[in-house]
Design a protein around this ligand. Structure first.
Ligand code: HEM
Length: 358
């Protein structure tokens, strides 16, 4: 049964993504009209809180079926618009911070109902989103809070993967290892507030270990040759994402903190594009049907955006380290083409499943 109620929230999230992608191109050096003052500088908040904050809290609200839980995605969806349109007042960042506080409340309720390693991990993720937003609201620079925002996404996804991999029944020792890795990752973020180099390297080590931990423990690796095409496709999205998580961690561990420029771009987007977006590609056939109550028909053409995303990211990261500016611009542009193709393909397959139902 299609559920149209979440649709306006989803539209707000996708508009934030589109504005964030536009801003990303400007940050890469493409000459584009600035649709709003400081749009380029708002790329990070638009992507993290506007797009993913709205989407993630919306998914939870739909799953939990509690009316109050729609407030955080509403605040996040309005917060990014206000941040973009009214820059004289800190109203937008306040709304985004309240949205992330709401995200903490949702996860606290989920953890209260089921106290488990995966729910605590996701709660920690919500707390890092809130802390990052709060510090940003109080005037910290984005490079100083970006590890908090990154942890929001990494811990949220890690918690979800842990929950989905429960069928593998990870041994007690693996669960302890997972806890230690999360402590390293989290410890890195806290230390980075006092010593950004040491903290970033430690956080990078945590990301790298998390990717390695997934090899025996995440079901994705076992499904790469699954006989069902959709399961196989999802497994490839997840496995490639986990490889990028390891690469991103390795870059932070090896090169330490960066405050801007090509190496900053490489270490951040190995995780944000390589890991997070690939995970979204993989989870979309599960998330969208859950949010909208509509199935997605798998198409082999889904591999086009998947391959394009990863190939163009390889190009972007290599160009960053070779200081080859034009190639970096093209790598980033093609990352965006892959994301837009994914959206187009998803909409098409939802429409197809609607027309076969009619
Ligand atoms: C897909 C295409 C994307 C492009 C072309 C892009 C482009 C950029 C660029 C050029 C920078 C500045 C790097 C520098 O200082 O040289 C940047 C920073 C950043 N990006 Fe992206 N990005 C993309 C995707 C994403 C995604 C998916 C996320 C989040 C999930 C994200 C989050 C961030 C954040 C948080 C920063 C730091 C912002 C700051 O320091 O102001 N980006 N991005």
């Amino acid at each position: 049964m299609p559920n149209r109620f979440p649709l306006p929230f989803l539209v707000l999230a996708i508009l934030a993504l589109l504005a964030g992608l536009w801003a990303g191109l400007m940050r890469l050096g493409w000459q584009l009209p600035a649709l709003a003052p400081s749009l380029a500088m708002l790329h990070g908040p638009l992507m993290i809180s506007g797009f993913l904050g709205t989407l993630i809290t919306l998914e939870r609200a739909v799953a939990m079926k509690q009316k109050w839980m729609y407030l955080p995605p509403l605040l996040a969806g309005l917060g990014w618009l206000v941040t973009l349109l009214i820059q004289t007042l800190p109203l937008g960042p306040i709304l985004l911070t309240l949205a992330s506080l709401g995200g903490v409340a949702i996860l606290a309720e989920i953890t209260r109902r089921e106290f488990a390693l995966h729910t605590v991990t996701m709660l920690l993720g919500a707390l890092t989103w809130f802390t990052g937003n709060l510090l940003w609201l109080f005037g910290w620079q984005i490079f100083q809070v970006v590890l908090f925002w990154q942890a929001f996404l990494v811990l949220t996804i890690a918690g979800e993967r842990l929950e989905l991999s429960r069928v593998l029944r990870p041994a007690r020792i693996q669960q302890v290892l997972f806890g230690i890795i999360i402590a390293i990752l989290f410890g890195g973020i806290i230390i980075a507030t006092a010593n950004i180099q040491l903290g970033t390297r430690l956080n990078g080590l945590g990301l790298l270990l998390l990717a390695l931990w997934s090899i025996p423990n995440d079901i994705a690796w076992r499904n790469l040759k699954h006989r069902l095409p959709l399961t196989r496709y999802i497994a490839w999205c997840l496995a490639l994402g986990l490889i990028w998580l390891g690469i991103g961690g390795g870059l932070s561990l090896g090169f330490g903190a960066q405050v801007a420029g090509p190496r900053y771009d490489a270490a951040l987007h190995a995780v944000f594009v390589g890991f997070v977006i690939s995970m979204i590609f993989g989870h979309a056939p599960i998330i969208f049907p859950a949010i909208l109550g509509l199935p997605i028909n798998f198409q082999p053409a889904f591999y086009i955006h998947l391959i394009l995303l990863h190939a163009s990211l390889v190009l972007r990261v290599l160009a960053n380290y070779a200081n080859w500016h034009t190639l970096r611009m093209w790598g980033g542009l093609l990352n965006e083409v892959a994301i837009l193709l994914f959206i187009g393909m998803t909409v098409l397959s939802i429409r197809k499943s609607l027309s076969t139902k009619a």
